[in-house]
Design a protein around this ligand. Structure first.
Ligand SMILES: *Cc1c(COP(=O)(O)O)cnc(C)c1O
Length: 349
C-alpha cells in the first residue's frame, strides 16, 4: 500500500472553475478580468525576454527586491512589510504552513473561498468554519478566538459583500492567532484593511494580481504584514518562486496605477448597471464590492439557470453548496458580454 499520510489519503482535492476548450464562450465563471493587462506589463515582459531569451538562462532575483520596493512605495510601508508570491494562493498555503501545525485549528467564513479548507487539510490542521449573519457579519464568532489562523475574505467571495474596517479591527482584537484578510477583490471595493496592519500586529493582508490587474495567467500575489510575519513567510517559501517574467510583470503592473484605476472603474460601472438590470428583472442581487455578482432567480433554481446559460455558451459559476445553490455567481465581463448575458437571462426567464 502507498505510504500516504492519512490526511492526504482522506481529503478531497480542490476543483478549480471550469476552463472550457474551444472558442465562442462568454466566460464569466472564474472572475477573470475581461480587459488585457497594462501595455506597460506587456512591454516589460517582452523587454525581459529579449530577442533571444538570453535572460532566461539566469535565475531570477530570489528576493523579488524591485517588485517589493515598488509595492512598498505604493502602500507607504517599508519593504520589510511586503512579500511577493506566486499567486496569492501561495501565501494562503504558506501562512498555514507557518502558523498552524498538525491538529491546530484554522478557521474561515463559510461561504467564502473553499481553498482555505483544502490547504488546511493538506497540513493536517483542524478546520472550522463560521457562518454569516443576514447582515453580513461573522456568525457566533467567539469573544476570544484561539485558533491559529482565521481567514476573512473581504470582499466576500462569492457574495460580494465587504466587511468594514472597524469590524475587521474588532475581529483582529478577538483573535489570539493571525487574522488573514484576503483582499483578492479589494480594488473593486471602497475600502481596504491595509492601514490596520499598523494597529493590529496579527493582521496579514493578501492581494492578488489575478483579478484587478488582469494577470491570472501570470500567477502573482503579495502580502502586507509586520516584518516578523514576512520574515517567516520568506523562510519557508521556495527560493525561486517567481520567474523573471512574473517579476517584471508585477513591477510594471504596480507602477501603472492609472491603467488599473481605468479598468476597475469600467468594471464597477458595468457591475452596477448589470446589478440594477438583474434586479429589474426579478433577480435578488447581493450588493457587490467585487467584480462579480451573486444573483438569485425568482424561483431560486440556480442550477436551472446555469444549465440554460451553458446551453447558450455562457459560462457562470453555480455552487452545489446548500447555502449557495439557489443562486449564481456571475463575473463581470465587458459591457457587450453583460448585455448578451442579460438578454439570455431574460429569454431563459
Ligand atoms: C482568486 C482568489 C484567490 C487566488 O488568487 P491567485 O493570486 O490567483 O492565487 C485567493 N482568494 C480569493 C478569495 C480569490 O477569489
Amino acid at each position: 500500500m502507498l505510504p500516504l499520510r492519512k490526511n492526504i489519503a482522506e481529503m478531497a482535492r480542490y476543483v478549480p472553475g471550469f476552463q472550457p476548450e474551444g472558442e465562442g464562450w462568454i466566460k464569466l465563471n472564474t472572475n477573470e478580468n475581461p480587459y488585457p493587462p497594462s501595455p506597460e506589463v506587456v512591454a516589460a515582459i517582452l523587454a525581459e525576454l529579449g530577442a533571444d531569451g538570453g535572460n532566461l538562462r539566469k535565475y531570477p532575483d530570489a528576493g523579488s527586491r524591485e517588485a517589493r520596493r515598488v509595492a512598498a512605495e505604493l502602500y507607504a510601508v517599508d519593504p520589510s512589510w511586503v512579500i511577493m508570491a506566486n499567486g496569492s494562493d501561495e501565501l494562503l498555503n504558506n501562512l498555514i504552513r507557518a502558523f498552524a501545525g498538525e491538529g491546530e485549528e484554522v478557521a474561515y467564513v463559510h461561504p467564502s473561498y473553499s481553498y482555505y479548507k483544502t490547504l488546511a487539510e493538506i497540513q493536517g490542521a483542524k478546520v472550522k468554519s463560521f457562518g454569516l449573519t443576514t447582515d453580513f457579519h461573522v456568525a457566533d464568532f467567539p469573544e476570544k478566538y484561539s485558533g491559529k489562523i482565521f481567514f476573512l475574505t473581504s470582499p466576500n467571495a462569492p457574495l460580494g459583500c465587504a466587511f468594514e474596517n472597524s469590524y475587521i479591527a474588532e475581529l483582529a482584537a478577538r483573535c489570539s492567532g493571525i487574522l488573514v484578510v484576503d483582499e483578492a477583490y479589494v480594488d473593486f471595493a471602497d475600502e481596504s484593511a491595509l492601514e490596520l496592519v499598523h494597529i493590529h500586529s496579527n493582521i496579514v493582508v493578501t492581494r492578488t494580481f489575478s483579478k484587478s490587474y488582469s494577470l491570472a495567467g501570470m500567477r502573482l500575489g503579495l502580502a502586507v504584514a509586520r516584518p516578523e510575519v514576512i520574515a517567516a513567510l520568506d523562510k519557508i517559501r521556495d527560493h525561486y518562486h517567481l520567474d523573471r517574467l512574473a517579476l517584471v510583470a508585477a513591477t510594471a503592473a504596480l507602477q501603472d496605477q492609472r491603467y488599473l484605476q481605468t479598468t476597475v472603474a469600467k468594471i464597477r460601472d458595468t457591475r452596477d448597471w448589470f446589478s440594477a438590470e438583474l434586479t429589474n428583472n426579478g433577480y435578488q442581487v447581493t450588493s457587490s464590492h467585487a467584480n462579480y455578482v451573486f444573483a438569485v432567480p425568482s424561483d431560486a433554481e440556480g442550477k436551472r439557470v446555469y444549465d440554460a446559460l451553458f446551453a447558450k455558451k455562457i459560462l457562470v459559476r453555480h455552487f452545489s453548496d446548500p447555502l449557495l445553490r439557489h443562486g449564481l455567481r456571475i463575473s463581470i465581463g465587458t459591457p457587450e458580454e453583460m448585455e448578451q448575458t442579460l438578454k439570455a437571462l431574460i429569454e431563459i426567464g
